[in-house]
Design a protein around this ligand. Structure first.
Ligand SMILES: Cc1cc2nc3c(=O)[nH]c(=O)nc-3n(C[C@H](O)[C@H](O)[C@H](O)COP(=O)(O)OP(=O)(O)OC[C@H]3O[C@@H](n4cnc5c(N)ncnc54)[C@H](O)[C@@H]3O)c2cc1C
Length: 409
């Protein structure tokens, strides 16, 4: 017998973790995803944590070496290509699409409604009513907002909680392993490589290739390059297409002007080790994302919950966005179980636990990225605790195990 009904808004990783865990606990779950196309075509490389794999195993997903590419060695290269520091820090690097496909395969198609966006939510006390872009209205016992950083659920329900631009962007891209010249491959492919120009941070690491292939020769080499960028002028200029239309603070990769792409390649040659610059040079379509902090004032009350990036967004330095979404979903499912399906009681407990976690990871990631933010906004540096801008700190703290972050456990 069903425990009750749940509408999950957003069919990305957070929504799929919630949907699969709640179904496993006997809830009747329906997922509404605004995007009609297959989401597996999006995303880039991600760092993982053991906690993410624990939640996946709980769903019956086999997590073996095909989940990603293992990398043991971290190197920091100076501008002239010389080795500044080498450390040993094993980590599995995966890809957004790899995790997505595994989670999506767990959920029957009959529970997943692509191309339908949530428009309004009304908590009626005994139930929650949602209206959708196809004109339909549906009622359930619980609504889970897993609709990302620009969450419709949050904007309707907690309009005071908004993302704050961190003062920098991340240039990203994935170079196919087969496109790497032999000397570049030899120097880089097995390694997690850092470049640290003043006030910036460049990371390069191997990831699964197209169709999640982790076989040597078929993988990808991912880069993420954090650069201070003024929001009012430079970011808007970067987000202006060749017709002169400004898309706000983000732009679809194919619309990035060719001169912008040429510019970032030139900057890579000017600031980074030759091997790292070559990765940027050879990547077909580098793209960028603005980096934000988001903290929600509430993650669950009554019959509405927020989860994943809809609730809290930490800067990507600790590489825990997907793991946080999985742990949010797990906590929600467990609290609903512990309260015998009493939704308001479960959400009160969920809110306390997950808001504390979200706040801790946001603070930690702000600390790691503090030197990048204050490079562009020096007035924010006074009295602020920040990670020292040293290779030792960067290699140790980026993607550090969650068990090493005080306050998370
Ligand atoms: C540069 C960068 C690097 C990163 N690196 C890592 C990493 O190494 N490791 C890691 O764990 N994480 C990383 N992350 C973070 C990670 O990508 C996110 O935290 C994670 O994908 C969050 O998933 P989510 O499901 O909560 O939100 P999202 O993936 O944003 O999904 C929200 C979904 O909701 C849908 N939606 C929105 N509005 C509506 C609506 N009204 N109705 C219906 N559907 C709607 C959207 O279409 C979307 O599919 C990185 C992020 C960035 C920017």
């Amino acid at each position: 017998m069903s425990r009750g009904s749940v509408m999950v808004i957003g069919g990305s990783l957070g929504g799929l973790f919630a949907a699969n865990l709640l179904r496993a606990h006997g809830w009747d779950v329906h997922v509404y995803e605004r995007v009609a196309d297959d989401l597996a075509t999006r995303g880039a490389g991600i760092g993982t944590h053991p906690e993410l794999f624990q939640v996946m195993r709980r769903l019956g997903i086999t997590v073996d070496e095909s989940i990603g590419v293992s990398v043991e060695r971290r190197l920091c290269l100076a501008r002239d290509g010389s080795l500044v520091l080498e450390t040993h820090q094993p980590q599995t690097m995966s890809a957004w699409a790899r995790i997505y496909r595994l989670l999506r395969a767990q959920l029957p198609d009959a529970c997943y409604y692509p191309g339908i966006a949530l428009e309004t939510v009304e908590d009626r006390g005994g139930s929650v009513l949602a209206r959708f872009s196809d004109g339909s209205a549906r009622e359930a016992d619980l609504l889970v907002g897993a609709d990302g950083i620009r969450s419709t659920v949050r904007s309707l329900w907690r309009p005071d909680s908004v993302p704050r631009y961190a003062g920098y962007i991340a240039w990203r891209g994935v170079l196919e392993e087969s496109a790497m010249p032999p000397d570049l491959h030899e120097a880089m492919m097995a390694n997690y490589v850092f470049g640290l120009p003043p006030g910036e941070m460049m990371l390069c690491y191997p990831v699964p290739g197209r169709d999640d292939d982790v076989r040597p020769g078929h993988r990808g080499y991912n880069f993420v390059w954090y650069r201070p960028t003024d929001e009012a002028t430079t970011l808007r200029e970067l987000c202006t297409d060749s017709t002169g239309h400004c898309h706000g603070t983000s732009i679809a990769p194919p619309l990035i002007r060719p001169e912008v792409t040429r510019g970032i390649r030139q900057t890579a040659r000017d600031l980074l080790a030759p091997n790292i610059a070559q990765v940027v040079e050879l990547t077909v379509q580098p793209f960028f994302q603005a980096i934000n902090d988001l903290e929600s004032s509430c993650m669950g009350t009554g019959r509405v919950a927020l989860l994943g990036d809809a609730a809290f967004v930490a800067r990507p330095h600790i590489g825990a966005g997907v793991t946080k979404a999985a742990l949010d979903a797990q906590c929600l499912a467990d609290e609903l179980e512990a309260t015998g399906g009493d939704v308001p009681a479960a959400l009160t407990r969920y809110d306390i636990q997950r808001r504390r976690f979200g706040h801790t990871v946001v603070e930690r990631a702000r600390w790691v990225g503090g030197y990048i933010e204050t490079r562009g906004r020096p007035e924010l540096a006074r009295g602020r605790a920040m990670m020292p801008e040293t290779p030792e700190s960067a290699l140790r703290e980026v993607g550090a195990p969650l068990v090493k972050i005080a306050g998370l456990n």
